[in-house]
Design a protein around this ligand. Structure first.
Ligand code: G1P
Length: 289
């Protein structure tokens, strides 16, 4: 299976991070100094993706701007001989071909995917949610693409979560097939802890066939009155095998205040120029708290 395109869903309102998301799209909030949307685009490119389609809501055009050249800034950096900074600025513009489509109204994640139908066309594609950041090498999407290719089947990322948290996610029932690889038999969007079929949650990385668009077009509103991607995936699983890959590494939910702050610390500790100073500052903060 050759997957060239990734759809990054960036049309959400970001209500869990208000007030900053009143004006700033949550996907532009940084992890240390890099916007979440860029981290996810870099993961896509490192996984072999060549074309990225952003699904944005009206007013979130700054997301696309981030990937366009900034001639004045670049000229100013050139004049000041700030070569490293210039490379950082240009890096984002050279990643891949990046375009955007609008989701006019927030009618759900499934509806957001549907907006990319024309841009994707009749080929398999990846879907990425920029709230979910996975710190692993090789990237999680790359692993999913390998499995999707080997099985010639749609594949989603899974993560084991505490039972108390299942109502935040799509939860699956699944049969283990190989190490970390499951065949999915059921999917429920945001179940209560009592009704959840397991503790395996769908994470924000999917490899999907184009037939998902037809299923989304016919999908009825699900949880929250929204068109849910999970419901269309369940329809798909009734027709053909759908696989899950259980990710066991570090994951940060950038859409959540605690996840956002934790990601800052975790990623800063990986930076050689920041790590030592940050460690000692964290120690004194903890002593003082
Ligand atoms: C979405 C999906 C859900 C998935 C989650 C992963 O939920 O609907 O199935 O488990 O992303 O982060 P949301 O975070 O948009 O509520």
């Amino acid at each position: 299976m050759r997957v060239r395109k990734a759809v990054i869903l960036a049309a959400g309102l970001g209500t869990r991070m208000l007030p900053v998301t009143k004006v700033v799209p949550k996907e532009l909030l940084p992890v240390v100094d890099t916007p979440a949307i860029q981290l996810v685009a870099e993961e896509a490119v490192r996984s072999g993706i060549q074309e990225i389609v952003l699904v944005i809501s009206p007013g979130k055009t700054a997301l696309l701007e981030h990937f366009k050249p900034a001639p004045e800034l670049e000229r100013a950096l050139e004049e000041r001989e700030k070569h490293e900074l210039l490379e950082l600025v240009r890096g984002a513009t050279r990643l891949a071909s990046i375009t955007a489509v609008e989701q006019p109204k927030p009618l759900g994640l499934g509806h957001a995917v549907l907006q990319a139908k024309e841009a994707v066309g009749a080929e398999p594609f990846a879907v990425m949610l920029p709230d979910d950041i996975f710190d692993c090498d090789p990237p999680l999407l790359k692993r999913l693409l390998e499995i999707a290719t080997a099985k010639d089947a749609p594949t989603v990322a899974l993560l084991r979560v505490p039972r108390a948290d299942v109502s935040k996610y799509g939860i699956v029932a699944a049969t283990p097939e190989e190490e970390q690889i499951y065949k999915i038999t059921q999917m429920v969007e945001k179940p209560s802890p009592e009704n959840a079929p397991s503790e395996l949650a769908i994470m924000g990385r999917y490899v999907l066939p184009p037939e998902i668009f037809g299923l989304l077009e016919n999908a009825k509103p699900g949880v929250g009155g929204e068109i849910q991607l999970t419901d269309a995936l369940m329809d798909l699983a009734r027709r053909r095998p759908v696989y899950g890959y259980e990710y066991c590494g570090a994951r940060y939910d950038l859409g959540d205040r605690l996840g956002f702050v934790t990601a800052q610390v975790a990623y800063a500790l990986k930076r050689r120029e920041l790590a030592d100073n940050l460690r000692s500052k964290l120690r004194s903060l903890l002593d003082a708290a």
